[in-house]
Design a protein. Structure first.
Length: 279
């Protein structure tokens, strides 16, 4: 991931908000402002990862289309070098520039294997790189390039089909994961604002929340209780998001999107509840 101007701007804004939050230290607004600063600083990096994941998926889909066009051309008896040049002007989305570069290298007389290696380095996709290695080795060894291309296309198509089927089949579990997390938030909030105050009222000798102590030590304040529950929700949101991403797309990296959404929601709900009901 390359640092862009927006990253530095958001980091600067994040630092400014965090510094400002310390002027509110000791108030119920501190965690809300401090957490907002953290989320603003993290947000552009999360969005960059989400965008990279989307681009990677699009690259695989466009490479599948490119491979199909090559198979059709090679089956007519056209050499693969000439076929690549012939199909370079078709729309391939994020791969269009890379494919045009590949065709131009071949037009200049660069060997196909070397041009494919450059193509592989440029697109930075593991699945496509494996397919390009097979194509390059088949061309170098003088094998049946048409059959190899067709096999590679079928393999990529099968993988894409399985991914979509898995995503569709698991979508219900993803929704259930979000529902379970919201239920967890509700339970925590009820525990924090209903059950704990009720227990305190039932034990007058504790002298209120400020009188509760851990192991006879310093009394636990309302702010400490609120922050403890907030940390619990944030940790639960982070790991729940990773689990949802792993289940739905088979990739923990894809779960960063879900983690960010759950963390953002839990932070807004928890801090908002503390501001409204914290007293």
């Amino acid at each position: 991931m390359k640092f862009q101007k927006i990253h530095w701007i958001m980091i600067g804004l994040s630092i400014a908000i965090i510094i400002f939050s310390f002027f509110l230290f000791g108030t119920r607004f501190f965690f809300f402002v401090f957490g907002t600063g953290i989320l603003i600083g993290v947000a552009p990096f999360v969005f960059s990862i989400i965008n990279e994941t989307r681009i990677s998926t699009e690259k695989e889909e466009m490479f599948l289309e490119f491979s199909r066009n090559l198979v059709e051309s090679v089956k007519t008896g056209t050499p693969i070098n000439k076929s690549i040049i012939n199909v370079k002007d078709k729309p391939y989305g994020v791969l269009s520039e890379n494919i045009k570069k590949l065709a131009n290298q071949i037009s200049l007389g660069i060997p196909l294997a070397k041009a494919l290696q450059t193509f592989s380095r440029d697109i930075k996709n593991r699945a496509i790189s494996r397919a390009l290695t097979l194509i390059g080795q088949a061309e170098k060894s003088g094998g049946e390039i048409g059959g190899i291309l067709e096999s590679v296309t079928e393999a990529i198509s099968t993988v894409e089909k399985l991914k979509k089927e898995r995503k569709a089949a698991i979508s219900t579990l993803v929704v259930q994961g979000y529902i379970i997390f919201f239920v967890f938030i509700v339970i925590i909030l009820v525990l924090q604002f209903q059950i704990l105050p009720l227990l305190i009222d039932m034990a007058p000798d504790l002298g209120g929340v400020a009188g509760i102590s851990a192991g006879g030590g310093a009394p636990i304040t309302q702010e400490e209780i609120s922050s403890s529950f907030l940390y619990l929700l944030l940790a639960q949101g982070f790991f729940s998001g990773l689990a949802i991403g792993k289940l739905s797309e088979g990739n923990i990296k894809a779960g960063i999107r879900h983690s960010f959404v759950l963390i953002l929601l839990s932070f807004l709900i928890a801090t908002g509840a503390n501001v409204l009901f914290g007293g």
